[in-house]
Every structure is written in C-alpha cells, then in structure tokens.
Write a protein that binds this ligand. Sequence first.
Ligand SMILES: Cc1ncc(COP(=O)(O)O)c(C=O)c1O
Length: 367
Amino acid sequence: MSDLPTIEYESLARSNAQFMADLEAAATRVIRSGWYVLGQEVAAFEQEFAAHLGARHCIGVANGLDALILSIEALQLPRGSEVLVASNTYIATILAIVKAGHVPVLVEPVLETFNIDPGRLAAALTPRTRAICVTHLFGKSCRMDAIGAFAREHGLCLVEDCAQSHLASQGGHLTGTFGDAGCFSFYPTKNLGAIGDAGAVVTDDDDIADRLRHLRNYGSKQKYHNRYVGVNSRLDEMQAALLRVKLRHLQAMTDHKRDLADVYFGHLPEWLELPVRRDDEFDVFHIFAVRHPRRDGLRRFLLEKGIKTEVHYPVPPHRQDAMAGILAGDYPIADELHRTELSLPISTGHTQQEVLRVCETIRGFRP
Ligand SMILES: Cc1ncc(COP(=O)(O)O)c(C=O)c1O
C-alpha cells in the first residue's frame, strides 16, 4: 500500500464543501418557508435552468429516470413503437423506453467515442421505428448534426439523455436542445448534482411541456382533476433550492473538470486509449473514460497505490438479467467497451496535483 493519502474516486462531501454556507442558507430558507412541494423554488429553478440552456420550458421531476420515462410518454407514440438507443448506454435509458411501453432497439456505438454510431441507424430502422433516444455518455455530445438530420429525414422523434452532459455541446449547440426533449439527472454525482435525487426535462415544445407538467403530478395540473394517467414525480422545493445554489457555479465546476482533463491529456502514457476530442465538440467530462485491454490489472495496481477508480459499466445492458426476453442479439462493441473501460478520478473536489499523481502512477504500470 502507498503511504500517500488515498485519492477517492469521488467525495461528495469534499465536492460540496465549497458551497456549504450557501447550501445551508438555502435549506434553512425552504424549511422556514413552510412550502415543500411545487412552490417558488421549483418555479425559479425551472426558469433558471431553462434560461441556462436557452430552452423555452423546464419541468422539474424526481430523478433522471423519470425525466426519460415521462418524456417518452409525452411523445404519445403508438404503444410498442421501436426506439433506437445505444447498446452501451446506462441501463436507465433502456428501462425508460420499456417502462413507457415501447421496444428498445440497440444500435452499437463508435468504439472511440462511446456514443451511438449515426452510421448504424439506417440498418436498425423498421416501419415501427418512431424515435431515437441518444445518450451523451460521459459528458460528450453525440454527433447530433448527423443524428438530427437522420431523425428529420425519417420523421422520428428525438429524446436526449443528458444525465451526464450538462453544458456539453456540439457545433455550438447545447445538449438537451437538439431534440423534442432533453432529460437531465441531478443525482448527487452528476456535473450538476443535488443533495439527493432530482431531475428535469427541457423542451421547446409547448404541448410536450404541458403534458409533462400533468404527468409528473398524477396527470393533473388542476387539483383533483386528472387528465392523464400520471405518477408522483415532482422535484421538491429543497432540492430545487439547493440546485439553484449550484447552478450558479455550473460553468466554473465544468471549467475545473475540463482543466483536470487537460492534465490527463498532457500526462497519461500513450499506451492508454484516451477520450477522443473534436474541435466542434465541448466535452464536460462527467467521467474521464480510458480504455486498456488489461483494465482490471490496471485498476488493481492503482488501488494498491491508493487511487480509487470506477468501471462504467461492468455489465452491458444486453447481458443484464432484467433484459432477458427484451434485448436479443450480439453487441461486440458494447462488450469490448464494458471489458476495457476504466474511469479515472475527475470531480470538482479533485486537484490538479492529485490528477498528476494518478498520471504518474499509471506511468509506472507495465502494460
Ligand atoms: C446516462 C444516464 N441516464 C439516466 C440516468 C438516471 O438518472 P437518475 O439516477 O437521476 O434516475 C443516469 C444516472 O444515474 C445516467 O447516467
């Protein structure tokens, strides 16, 4: 074991410490207000987050999974529609399609970017295809120029899973604002993280926004009048107030992570597969994902030296027990990514010195 202090993969207490006084003041304000669900804080956060993204509407919900489920429901697609989705996405994207009553059709990603391959969409198209649900994985935008053109050409709805991509953009256009709905998670580890579960949808479509406002609240906008079969998935006042504090720092937190990424790019050895960068993409590095054939050995080596890492994700969706009977077929690119991916520490609580130590330690690994 190393004598140096452990570098955690993520320490939320440390990441949030810089905002502590404002977070505590916001929490106290909510407790004293006596109004805890769907009040002024939620309305203000929705307005501020929509303005941040340049979207017409933001609808706060309880978490990122519900943001996806309710957005897909709000599209009002025929039951059993096929929805194209990346074979290596986090399981939530696929669960949302299934929970909304549709059929996920997996499309393999580009190996180097982890994101859905626009060149493979056409082969997955059938007369039942109605939508594409893209995931901007690890904080990198999918190629929305090509995907948007494909969706328009074939009359498909477009939902974006932005759980990992707050402020990421492609061609100067923010993720979440390309399609019919942009679905955000504010799970505590996300680039904009609450102090508990929270989520939101942004959309420019007035009808989708109106349906979402009903769906998140028992299908009702007017008390005791239920227009849709909805759920209880409201963003609460406490999380909205806390998110408002952190939203003010989102750009600075993003810049910090991008600076840490620059340290990785400058100091990691060339035998490691690094994230791909393109001039027209603004990556926000929710996760700094490298690849190596001896991923597990490298991970153990780093742990022995006091450096904690993660794997996103150890089991691909098509190999999950829950997906037996739902997902069929072979997905060798997803398998390869799940076998080789390693996530290095990159949070608002980490310092450049710590990232340098990670780089130097990795250089000591014999590949
Ligand atoms: C890509 C992706 N989609 C959806 C979700 C679901 O978000 P939540 O955990 O807020 O339900 C997450 C995060 O957990 C995610 O990483």
